[in-house]
Design a protein around this ligand. Sequence first.
Ligand SMILES: [Fe+2]
Ligand SMILES: [Fe+2]
Length: 272
Amino acid sequence: MRLLFLGDLVGRSGRNVVIDRLPGLVERWRLDFVAVNGENAAGGFGITEEICQDVIDAGADAVTLGNHSWDQREALVFITRQDRLLRPVNYPRGTPGRGAHLYTARNGANVLVMNVMGRIYMDALDDPFAAVGRELDACPLGQVADAIIIDMHAEATSEKQAMGHFADGRASLVVGTHTHVPTADHQILEGGTAYMSDAGMCGDYDGVLGMEKEEPLRRFTTKIPSGRFTASLGEATLCGVAVETDDATGLAINVAPVRIGGRLSQALPDFW
Ligand SMILES: [Fe+2]
Ligand SMILES: [Fe+2]
């Protein structure tokens, strides 16, 4: 199977690069399944129902979230009727929506997508490892699921790497999100799981984490907040990771970074 995961869409530039480019990528690469992190899609803060639908219409089969899940309050409501939207699986019991779901891919296969949040330098949440372990036990790769994608939304690379090894051999891909900067450590782990510490953001890299740089700079240099953070509107780079899996086992055969457009060096998978 051919899977594409895209990192945090930030604001209008991030949305536009995905909405403009994703339909072409789905066709050109004959993608079976696409997951996208949408926690910053609405001006950098959360996601609205309209934006979520636009991203789905562009080709996203699943949209994951993170610590910004509820910045747009309407997400608490529409997530209950939009099963393509996932929030972290280790939120407290009773949180609206779901953190994992089994989807039907374009080729008819079953793809489990999971969104989980780390706890290092993040909110105190339920144990992400126990939560992922439960979901993997309930939906084993190669038996119930033909592919499994885990979006590990976390600050600390150590925690992300540990999650990669924890799920190694039981997931097709463990990919980090949240830092908004792509890492160069994409690899297939010993047990066959594709791994990348952070997919990077889909957004304008001439800023601070996708935001206009003036206000963050002011806050760092003066410690006085004097305005709001606004999403940077320059040309965005679409960032993510491409994975090809074995149809029988669901494990990864190939993994490559994807960077298209904008300021970053360009990267495309050479196996498609
Ligand atoms: Fe983010
Ligand atoms: Fe985040």
